[in-house]
Each structure stands twice: as structure tokens, then as C-alpha cells.
Design a protein. Structure first.
Lengths: 230, 230
């Protein structure tokens, strides 16, 4: 295992870069970061629609999250592969396709988290904000969302673990990321598939385990903060 | 615009039907194995033996923090390398891809199921355990007849969500060439170039399964029977 790691470390970390496109762990992290950052505003919008006082908006947003949660990510990636070039009217790289699919998929799950955060706030928050003369949007912006997002921070960090895991599917459409690197290493070494893929698993494990530990730490800290101990 | 007559030509419908059947078979087989694995892991974790606990924690953390696709690749490309020749022959005699995909899916799902059961068990008051002991049940008997039945009931919504995840994850088996629904969808797409139509059909087929599971989970949440009514 260590031999494989030693011999192909660069391929695992940055892919063919600098002589070729960036890949490996670096590209996995870029994919995940883009996915998280871009799906976040979308998720907030969907979550707000789901708790809004307008019925058709609630129904629409609810149907949308159900739909997206009901379709395997791989199928969404294939849809994106087919639909994104049609929508943009130009050729689109596999990387962009993967990012688009991840944004759509993860925004539905993030929206659920944000919505749970909004719903867990006491009703009095919204009522007092409204009676202070804020509009519904203003109450959301200045009263509800800041509290909901702080409370939901650990869940959001946990969701980023799931986004990192989701990026591995980009390998199927040929995006040079971590899993792709391992497949390349496997074709080079040929005789050590178990070691190669164990190294791959170890890379993901370190990334995701560290992040979920961080989420747990955040959760305890926020809980203590709420009790007024910190 | 939406014309499905191409499905009736050249046996495309048969391909699709076989795909659906394989997906369902993969889902059912892995689901049953995952339930068994989940119960065993949860029981091992509940035992007052430190080694058992540590072992289960390692298994659960591995499956939680490594992408499903990578786990499938480890089983398909890696594990046969260390299997004894006779076992390899036995696996190859059946459908290798299907078998190994089912193993990977069951283990992954089983790890998550064990966690769901564990949090279900934690919802059972400790007095149940004490009462079971005081009427003379052994530790394992108390688990089997008192704790597990209640714990599993408390965990039902989470378990149905796990089934939903498993159903969607079964699509990843196409990456190693299992002829399931998504694999057949791509195949029909390549044969007919009716990308939009066949993707839409596949999406609807997946949604039938996933929306039903979502409805079931919501039903359990609504009619959750709290143990002892406390």
C-alpha cells in the first residue's frame, strides 16, 4: 500500500498537473467546494419557499426537493451531460457537467437542512419580527436565517462530507479527480488493484472523517454556547 | 414530441424490462442482507465487550466516510486479488459483477442500518432492560425479545430512508457493468439516440420506487408509536 502511495503520490494529489489538467485530491476538493458554494444560495431559496406563507410556492418547492431526492445522482449526471449543452448552446466540459449535476442534487438535501433549521425556531421569532414592522423577507433575512444557519452549521458541514463523496461519481463521465487518478494508477501498476483502491479509500476516509469530526466538535460547541457556558 | 414507439422495436423493451428486474433484484437481495448485517452489527455493538464495539465502530466509519462507488470498486477490482482460487471460481461461475455489487451495497447499507438501529435502541428506556433481566432473561434473550423489537419500531422511518438510499445507490453498480436499469438506459440511448425519451422513462421508473419509499417513511413518522407511550 505504501509503495503505491509513494510511487504515485503526485497522481493521487494533483493528477497530471502541471503537464496536464489538474486532477486528484485537488480537483475533488475544487469540485466539492464549487458544489457546496453554488448549491447553498439555491438551497436557501428553496427552503425559504418551503416555509413561505404562499401555498403554491410551498407546493412547488416541496415537489422539486422530492423529485431531486428521488433520482439517483448518476442519472442526474447523465441528464446534465445531455441537457446542459442544450441549455447553454455550446459544448460543455465534463467538469462543468459534474458541477452542475452536483449543485442540483445537493441543493435539495441542503434545502432540507435549512428548512429544518427554520422550522425549529420558535414561532415568536417570526411574529415579533413581523410586529416590529419588518416585511416577511426582512424577517427572514435579519431574524430567521441567521439563527437557523448557526444552529444548522454542523449539519451543513456533515452535508459537505456527502458532497465530497458525491464527487467520486464524476469519474464515470471522465472528470480527472481522485477516483479517476486511482483508476489510472490501477492501469499503470496492473497487479495491485486491492492496494490501489485501498489507498483511494484511505484518501476519502481521511478527508471525510476529519470533516465529520469537525462537525461533531462544532455541534458540541454550539450546544454549549446555547446553554450559556461558553 | 414524447414518442415511445422506439421502445417496441428491436427488443428495446426487453432490455429495459431486464434492467428493471435486475435493479429490483439487486435492491431486494442487498436490502435483506443489509438488514441481517445491520442487526448483527448493532447487537455486537450493544454487547458489553470492548473489542466488539471497536470492531463495529471501525466498520461503520469506513462505510460512512468512503464513497459508495469507491467501495464498489474496492470489491470489484481489489478483493478478488486476495480471495482463494476456489472461492473466485465459485463467484465467477455466477454473475460476478452482480454478486460483488450486491456484497458492496449490503455491507454499506448494513453499516448504516446498524447505526439507525442503535439510535432506535437508545430511545428505549433502560428500565426495559432491567425488567427483562429481573424476569430471568439472559442478555441475548432480552435483546431478542424486549429491546430489539421496540428499537426497530422506533428506527423504522430511518430504516425506510436507508432503503431509499440503497435503491438509488444500486444505480452505481452500472460502473462495474451490472446490467441494471441505468446500464440498460445508457445502452438503449446508444442504440437509438433517443436520449431525452429513454432518460425520461428511466427517471419515471426510479421515481416510482423512490416516491413510494418516501411516502412510506412519512407515514411511519406520522404514525410513530412511541415505546411505552412516554
Amino acid at each position: 500500500m505504501f509503495e503505491i502511495l509513494h510511487d504515485h503520490l503526485a497522481l493521487f494529489l494533483v493528477g497530471a498537473w502541471p503537464s496536464g489538467p489538474l486532477g486528484g485530491v485537488a480537483n475533488t476538493l475544487i469540485l466539492a467546494a464549487l458544489g457546496l458554494v453554488a448549491s447553498f444560495p439555491l438551497a436557501i431559496g428553496v427552503a425559504m419557499a418551503q416555509v413561505s406563507p404562499w401555498r403554491w410556492l410551498r407546493t412547488g418547492a416541496g415537489a422539486w426537493t422530492r423529485l431531486v431526492r428521488g433520482i439517483p445522482l448518476l442519472l442526474i449526471i447523465f441528464w446534465a451531460y445531455f441537457a446542459v449543452p442544450l441549455l447553454v448552446g455550446a459544448e460543455v466540459s465534463a467538469f462543468t457537467t459534474a458541477v452542475c449535476a452536483i449543485i442540483v442534487y445537493e441543493s435539495a438535501f441542503l434545502a432540507q437542512i435549512v428548512r429544518a433549521g427554520l422550522e425549529s425556531l420558535p414561532r415568536g421569532q417570526m411574529e415579533s419580527a413581523r410586529s416590529a414592522g419588518l416585511s416577511w423577507l426582512q424577517s427572514m433575512r435579519y431574524v430567521q436565517l441567521p439563527q437557523a444557519l448557526t444552529n444548522m452549521l454542523p449539519s451543513i458541514v456533515n452535508q459537505s462530507v456527502s458532497i465530497i463523496k458525491a464527487t467520486s461519481l464524476a469519474y464515470v463521465i471522465g472528470v480527472p479527480e481522485l477516483t479517476y487518478s486511482a483508476a489510472q494508477v490501477n492501469t499503470i501498476t496492473l497487479t495491485k488493484p486491492l492496494q490501489t483502491f485501498m489507498v483511494l479509500a484511505a484518501f476519502y476516509f481521511v478527508l471525510c472523517f476529519a470533516l465529520s469530526r469537525f462537525a461533531g466538535w462544532l455541534e458540541r460547541r454550539i450546544a454549549r454556547h446555547r446553554l450559556g457556558l461558553a | 414530441m414524447f414518442d415511445l414507439s422506439f421502445l417496441l422495436e428491436d427488443g428495446h423493451l426487453t432490455l429495459l424490462r431486464n434492467g428493471v428486474l435486475t435493479t429490483v433484484r439487486l435492491f431486494v437481495v442487498s436490502g435483506l442482507m443489509a438488514s441481517a448485517i445491520g442487526i448483527v452489527l448493532a447487537t455486537l455493538r450493544a454487547l458489553p465487550v470492548r473489542v466488539c464495539k471497536a470492531l463495529v465502530v471501525v466498520i461503520v466509519e469506513y462505510h460512512r466516510n468512503v464513497p459508495m462507488l469507491v467501495q464498489i470498486l474496492v470489491w470489484y477490482f481489489g478483493v478478488p486479488q486476495i480471495l482463494p482460487e476456489s472461492l473466485k471460481l465459485w463467484i465467477n461461475a455466477s454473475n460476478t459483477e452482480f454478486f460483488l455489487a450486491a456484497v458492496a451495497l449490503s455491507l454499506n447499507s448494513g453499516a448504516f442500518v446498524s447505526e439507525d438501529i442503535r439510535s432506535g435502541l437508545r430511545a428505549i428506556p433502560h428500565t426495559q432492560q432491567e425488567a427483562a433481566w429481573s424476569i430471568g432473561l439472559t442478555y441475548l434473550q432480552s435483546l431478542r425479545y424486549v429491546i430489539l423489537p421496540q428499537g426497530i419500531r422506533a428506527a423504522l422511518p430511518a430504516l425506510v430512508n436507508q432503503a431509499l438510499l440503497l435503491f438509488k445507490n444500486s444505480s452505481l453498480a452500472m460502473a462495474i457493468g451490472v446490467h441494471e436499469l441505468l446500464y440498460r438506459t445508457k445502452q438503449i440511448d446508444n442504440l437509438t439516440f433517443r436520449t431525452f425519451d429513454i432518460f425520461l422513462v428511466a427517471t419515471i421508473l426510479y421515481l416510482i420506487g423512490t416516491l413510494a419509499l418516501m411516502a412510506l417513511s412519512e407515514h411511519f413518522v406520522k404514525h410513530r408509536r412511541v415505546p411505552l407511550g412516554v
